[in-house]
Design a binder for this molecule. Structure first.
Ligand code: DQA
Length: 143
C-alpha cells in the first residue's frame, strides 16, 4: 500500500482555538481523524505528525519513510530554506497545503520557499485541502 506522510508545522496544534476566523474551528485531532478516514477510503497508508520544531520536521522528511509527503509547513513556509532543501534532497513528490489562502493575506505570506520544490499547492480551502491532497496523492502515486 502506498504510504503518505502528513506533516503539520508550528502552531497547527492550536487549531480550533487559534484564529478560528482564519483557520477554521476544527481541532487538529478532528482534522487528523478525517485524514485517516479519507486515506482508508482511498487505500493509502497514512502517517501523521505535527511539530513546532524545524529540526524535527527536517528529521521526518530526511527519514523519507513515505512515498509522498503532504506538508503544511505553516510559518516555516515563508522562512525555511532548510525544509525546502530537505524536500528537494529526498526527491519524493510533495503537496503543500495551507488552510488559509496565503495569497490574499499579508504580503509576507505570499512567498513560499516550499512551492518551487512541491508537486503542487492547495491553499485556502480549509481542512478540505488535506482531503483533496490525499485524492491527488492517490492519482500521483498510481500514474
Ligand atoms: C498556514 C499559513 C501560514 O502563513 C501560517 O503561518 C500558518 C498556517 C495555513 O495553513 O493557512 O501557520 O500554513
Amino acid at each position: 500500500m502506498p504510504k503518505v506522510q502528513v506533516l503539520h508545522g508550528p502552531n497547527l496544534n492550536l487549531l480550533g482555538t487559534r484564529e478560528p476566523g482564519v483557520y477554521g474551528t476544527k481541532t487538529l485531532a478532528e482534522i487528523d481523524a478525517l485524514i485517516r478516514v479519507e486515506a482508508g477510503r482511498l487505500g493509502l497508508e497514512v502517517a501523521i505528525a505535527q511539530s513546532n520544531s524545524e529540526a524535527e520536521m527536517i528529521g521526518i522528511i530526511q527519514k523519507a519513510d513515505f512515498d509522498l509527503l503532504i506538508i503544511n509547513p505553516a510559518a516555516f513556509t515563508h522562512t525555511s530554506v532548510a525544509i525546502r532543501d530537505a524536500i528537494a534532497a529526498v526527491g519524493k513528490p510533495a503537496i503543500e497545503v495551507h488552510l488559509s489562502n496565503i495569497h490574499n493575506r499579508e504580503d509576507f505570506r505570499r512567498h513560499s520557499y516550499i512551492a518551487p520544490v512541491a508537486t503542487g499547492q492547495i491553499s485556502g480551502l480549509g481542512y478540505q485541502g488535506y482531503l483533496l491532497a490525499l485524492r491527488a496523492a492517490k492519482g500521483i502515486l498510481e500514474s
